[in-house]
Design a protein around this ligand. Sequence first.
Ligand code: SAM
Length: 270
Amino acid sequence: MGNKKKKSQADTADKYDLYQRSVQEPSCEVIFFNRIFSKRYGRKPLLLREDFCGTSAVCCAWVKSRSDRRAIGVDLDPEPIQWCIENNFLGLKDEQRQRIEFRIDDVRTDAPDRADIVAAQNFSFFCFQTRDALRGYFQAARNHLADEGLFVLDMMGGYETFEEDRTERTKKDGFTYLWEQKRFDPITHHCKYHIHFKFPDGSKLKKAFTYEWRMWMIPEVTELLLEAGFSEAEVYWEGTDKDGDGDGVFRKRSHAESDPSWIAYLVGVK
Ligand SMILES: C[S@@+](CC[C@H](N)C(=O)[O-])C[C@H]1O[C@@H](n2cnc3c(N)ncnc32)[C@H](O)[C@@H]1O
């Protein structure tokens, strides 16, 4: 009695909520998918397949954006999908929830989906470590697209992403997000990352998420998209504001200036 330890902010933190608030902007993804698809095909994309969906934030934003849109979320791990049902679904109407379908499966498993957009966000495809494995995933993604369909990936890179132990801190409401580049192997491009969170009471949620990835380069990925059967592989590069920072507007480009740390979209056209 009396020695009950007061719980710290880290003890009561919800890692998926912190993750979503730190690294995801689902409404921006929806706007981007809509823009590039409408421009190419002259109509709105309706069926989205979100590979590596995790908490399926993009699926939720997608079905909210139009009443005739459907989404399929695919992830190996049932835990973030269950978190989505218990948390993200609270922000959806019943009929919106019914337009989302989940698959707890490997993204490479053959499925009858013929989506307008297949999306793989937050560098998730970096989990594939060899050209054969990545090409195999790209072939599966292509098979999950309708004849008029776009495969949208995002990538990070730049020479700062080769540095070890560099930690970026972004202060958010009530917590700090830390991205640690623990290991980068220049021979294999194998890399290890951790996401940590820090709280105003001094407590920390260490290694909330860990990733063992291969740091792919844009030319490797565009070549593999074409090898997997895509008819075109496009790169959308971010513009800059007057201070030289990324402005969040991505335009199709064939060349870009050297940049220490960039994020880009790659698009495979079926
Ligand atoms: C970096 S998280 C991405 C979550 C979310 N898409 C985002 O944009 O933030 C990677 C997710 O991919 C899932 N994953 C890893 N390998 C997979 C595979 N082969 N098939 C399906 N899901 C996989 C993990 O379970 C994890 O939820």
